[in-house]
Design a protein around this ligand. Structure first.
Ligand SMILES: Cc1cc2nc3c(=O)[nH]c(=O)nc-3n(C[C@H](O)[C@H](O)[C@H](O)COP(=O)(O)OP(=O)(O)OC[C@H]3O[C@@H](n4cnc5c(N)ncnc54)[C@H](O)[C@@H]3O)c2cc1C
Length: 387
């Protein structure tokens, strides 16, 4: 049996669901391959420009209904290095905004997208993986696990770091694996964070408490994999380490969820759009969760996809249209993705580099950030995604 659609979006993570909704809203018959996976218990700090993308495309309602406003960012140098930088506080009011963004539970965000998908007449969601892709722009064939074949003109790859869509399109990557990993867990603090995201910078990476409403916090702790594994293996030791690393600034801290560890790598695809195929989210780029850039960048992909679809809106679905969309998308994404990759990688390497010149650069940078209003404004803009 064969079904015909204009677009297939492969992958039902946050980037894929958002991309599918935008494709359908552009008036194209869209098929989303979204096999159900385990619940994603992470939260995402989304900066205001990303919240605006979500609102503009009607993907969420009021972000305050599901998330917590991020009004301040406090950076504490907790290293024992020779040159230490003390504390730096950024307040959103300085940038002239009520909040830098919102911390949103990934599962609630996905539920909001799924609810929108049910009401979108142009979108069909199937709970199946794409098992085989063949053909070319304007005439792709995709098989699902039940042996059904789907014909589409354009493919959107949203199938994560190991993307089979990217491999099918013959798009290579530049990759770098880090020694560090990230441990995430939900916490209850004795004293609330009051909308302030607190980053303790340690030698092997930051230990960040992100506000999760009332006395709740979401921990993202970056450290050497062996240290995280050892802490996770012993819940008593994990709780003690978390209390110690927080410098007891928020009173006693309890774990309210199991801990999960994520490998860290950076990955950038050599192209983002080509021959009727476009890549969004982690199929196109993946970075360590430093400065909360990953999904923020994925949502900017979705915005660029909407623009690429609009630029070709007068063409009927087919090879010429699919080529036009993938070329416009490639053109629109290059600067932003490359710039963000460089920003995150440089930041991460500077944070973990333990040699004196890097310490001096970090010290000079943070001192300047504390005292120079112009530089602080530029830092706000960079952190919020301006390139
Ligand atoms: C610890 C941690 C904290 C983070 N915090 C933040 C943050 O605060 N802010 C931020 O902006 N970003 C953050 N990120 C990054 C963010 O989580 C990712 O950018 C985002 O989740 C990627 O979403 P995605 O949809 O691109 O990929 P994924 O979530 O990996 O989704 C890919 C989907 O494709 C599916 N798939 C694979 N193959 C197929 C196939 N053949 N057919 C159909 N489906 C397929 C998979 O099942 C999966 O559901 C964080 C990342 C980590 C690791």
């Amino acid at each position: 049996m064969t079904s015909n659609h204009d677009i297939a979006v492969i992958g039902g993570g946050l980037s894929g669901f958002a991309a599918a909704l935008v494709c359908a809203a552009a008036g194209r018959k869209t098929l989303l391959f979204a096999p159900k996976g385990p619940v994603d218990r992470r939260t995402s700090a989304l900066m205001m420009p990303s919240i605006e993308i979500l609102r503009r495309h009607d993907l969420i309602g009021d972000p305050a209904e599901i998330g917590t406003a991020l009004e301040k960012i406090r950076i504490i140098d907790a290293t024992s290095r020779l040159l230490r930088t003390g504390e730096t506080l950024f307040e959103s009011s300085e940038a002239g905004v009520e909040a830098f963004g919102y911390n949103l539970p990934n599962a609630d965000l996905l539920d909001a997208f799924a609810a929108r998908a049910e009401a979108e007449a142009n979108l069909t969601v199937i709970d199946a993986a794409a098992s085989r892709i063949s053909g070319k722009a304007g005439a792709f064939e995709i098989e699902d696990g039940d042996g059904k074949t789907h014909s589409v003109s354009l493919i959107v790859g949203a199938d994560g770091k190991k993307s089979s869509v990217r491999a099918f399109a013959g798009i290579g990557t530049r990759e770098h694996a880090y020694d560090q990993a990230a441990l995430v867990a939900n916490l209850k603090l004795s004293r609330p964070l009051d909308g302030c995201s607190v980053e303790f910078h340690y030698e092997n990476g930051p230990f960040t408490l992100v506000p999760g409403g009332e006395n709740n916090a979401n921990l993202v702790w970056i450290d050497k994999r062996a240290a995280l594994d050892a802490a996770k293996a012993d819940p008593g030791r994990l709780a003690a380490t978390i209390n110690e690393k927080s410098s007891h600034l928020f009173g006693h801290i309890e774990l309210t969820s199991p801990a999960f560890i994520f490998e860290l790598m950076s990955l950038t695809a050599n192209r983002f759009g080509k021959d009727g195929v476009v890549l969004v989210g982690e199929s196109a780029h993946a970075f360590p969760p430093i400065g909360a850039q990953g999904l923020n960048l994925g949502l900017r992909d979705v915005e660029s996809l909407a623009e690429a679809l609009q630029s070709a809106e007068l063409l009927p679905s087919g090879a010429e249209w699919a080529d036009a969309v993938s070329n416009a998308y490639e053109h629109g994404r290059r600067r932003d993705v490359t710039g963000t990759g460089l920003f995150v990688d440089t930041l991460f390497r500077t944070l973990i580099a333990g040699f004196l010149p890097a310490d001096a650069v970090r010290l000079a940078g943070l001192t300047a950030l504390r005292s120079l209003p112009g530089l602080r404004k530029s830092a706000f803009r960079l952190g919020m995604g301006a390139r």
